[in-house]
Write a protein that binds this ligand. Sequence first.
Ligand SMILES: [Zn+2]
Length: 339
Amino acid sequence: MTWERAVAENAWQLDDGLYRILLPLPWAVPFVNAFLVESRSQFALIDCGANWLPSLRALGRALKAIGVPARGLTSLVLTHRHPDHAGGAGSVQQRWGGRVLLHPLEWEQQRIEAADLEEWLRLHGVDEAIRVKPPGPPREPMEALPERIEPLSVDEPLVVGDLTLEIIHVPGHSPGQVMLREAQRGWLFTADHVLEPHAPNVWAFPGASGDPLGEYLDSLERTRDLAATLLLPGHGIPLRASPRDLTTAMIDFHRQFAERVRKALDGKQLTAWEIVKLTRREPPVEPSGARFALAEVLAALAYLTRRGQVSQTEEGYWRGAEGISEVSPGPLAHIRRDP
Ligand SMILES: [Zn+2]
């Protein structure tokens, strides 16, 4: 089916029983998608936006226009726990009902203490002028999760009336992120796993261990050939396509980013912040941008370290391994990165 019908100023019906709801965000990325799946008077909402009044109101108007009755949600599935996707879950459940489901790897939130953050920035060589900038004015909390959350499991599909949503675990952008697929209909809810035109970020923040970029690339390889005809991303416009081309573009983008980091270290010893400055056209000059950029380079460094291509020399310094042959870059196509 290739039609789309507006049902509210921020909601569109994409197929029988499938709606896209566009929600505003108070951040640099201005919008997030929520999706409503309906069958036999059961209603499942996939993601719900931030805990921010303009977004909660926009969601409420859309659900009413679609015809969801008061407290009529059957379930609210959170693809991952980033506040732009999940922050409003507590408020939405209070107003619209339903059980809230999230992968258990997302349950624990790593709260980073200010002192640890400052030490992490210092260790990795971030300029003092950026490090010590005072934070912006305090903002209302954009996340309020309900007290009771139920585990999403890959072994247990979510049944909504006649529809069956398969749960696919895709760690990388976050450890417990999931995609959902309705195989009969060809729907694939891709969350922040594959996006266009911005490649999802992969980060290693203070206290992170493991290899999030390696996990992300593995998740991409594993899901590249999934059978689907309608891609429903967390941000941006749904695509009537299989995941193959977009997934390939994500793999190329992130491999090339890792390769840029490796090349920056060719014959040199650098801090992660020096690598940020060498690999970005416009290195961030404010604390939050600096944190994200640093965490991204550290994810690439963890990936390269595991593959023997770079090593950490003394605390905070990195060096390229000798005699690494060049990795051939694939086509970058149109994939860009958030500024
Ligand atoms: Zn996210």
